[in-house]
Design a protein around this ligand. Structure first.
Ligand code: APR
Length: 260
């Protein structure tokens, strides 16, 4: 049996025995849905200036900011669909093998895959918020033909409801992340460098609280040498597929044998 298969079996056993598993995801889980990561090869920050997503920059020149935001997050990413990794996490949740998903991603793909208990740590691009009357609108219902978009209630400036650099983390997501890092006995980290504060502290907190950490990543991350107990090195879809087979297959085998 190969090392990866041994680790997959170990990870599946840990997940089966878990009382409270949290998935902790970053851009790497959505790469195979066609959404590039922020860092590393082909990363967004190698093509665009991260200041694009700075709140002061947005307020100084909303038209310029919205022109690029529309290009990246609505024209390009807007059509992305959940991949097998998102779908297997949703199946795990359905079977009681996953209790929470804390994501740094703003693409809504966990929700679209069917996960019910998702906390968007950096907000969600599928909603726009009015900076004057604080009304919320589904992005799909707001035309981006004329930029910057304005609020149909008060005429105020609309902003994507995701966290810009210089903004605070949504309170609900922050408290959900703290709770998850406190109560989880397994943290499943998928596709994140662990570069960005304060998002990057929660796997460390979970580990300090006694959680077993399983990590899926193409490459070693900041977490791998520090908190990771089982490292599944590879693409998120491939590793999640192997994990899903190991988790779900025995039940299927038993059903086929008519044992249950
Ligand atoms: N499968 C698994 N992991 C992958 C894959 C893949 N197909 N492709 C890339 N990765 C890994 C990379 O090795 C890297 O560790 O995903 C990670 C992506 O890292 P980042 O681009 O830094 O994304 P993330 O960690 O989510 O960034 C955190 O930074 O700019 C902010 O707000 C932004 O939420 C983002 C935050």
């Amino acid at each position: 049996m190969t090392v990866i298969n041994i680790n997959i079996q170990k990870a599946a056993e840990v997940l089966r025995r878990s009382n409270f598993t949290t998935a902790y995801t970053g851009a790497g889980i959505s790469v195979e849905s066609g959404i590039p990561p922020f860092r590393g090869e082909g990363g967004l920050w190698t093509k665009y200036d991260p200041n694009l997503l700075d709140i002061d920059h947005f307020m100084e020149d909303p038209l310029r900011a919205w022109t690029i935001i529309k290009e990246i997050f609505y024209d390009y990413f807007g059509k992305a669909k959940p991949n097998r990794a998102h779908l297997i996490l949703a199946e795990m949740e359905k079977r009681g093998l996953l209790r929470r998903t804390i994501t740094q991603n703003i693409d809504n793909l966990h929700q679209e895959a069917g996960c019910q208990h998702v906390y968007d740590f950096h907000g969600n691009s599928k909603r726009l918020v009015c900076l004057s009357c604080f009304s919320y609108f589904p992005a799909a219902e707001v035309s981006l033909d004329h930029l910057p978009p304005t609020c149909r209630m008060c005429g105020g400036l609309l902003k994507p409801d995701f966290v810009f650099f210089g903004e605070g983390i949504p309170h609900i997501a922050m408290s959900a992340a703290y709770e998850a890092a406190t109560v989880s006995d397994v943290f499943l980290i998928v596709g994140t460098t662990g570069e960005v504060m304060p998002a990057n502290q929660f796997p460390l907190m979970a580990k300090d609280n006694g959680a077993t950490v399983i990590e899926i990543n193409l490459h070693e991350s900041n977490y791998t040498p520090v908190v990771t107990d089982i490292f599944l090195k590879g693409k998120a879809t491939e590793m999640m597929e192997l994990l899903g087979n190991a988790l779900f297959a025995p039940a299927l085998e038993n059903d086929q044998d008519g044992v249950n």
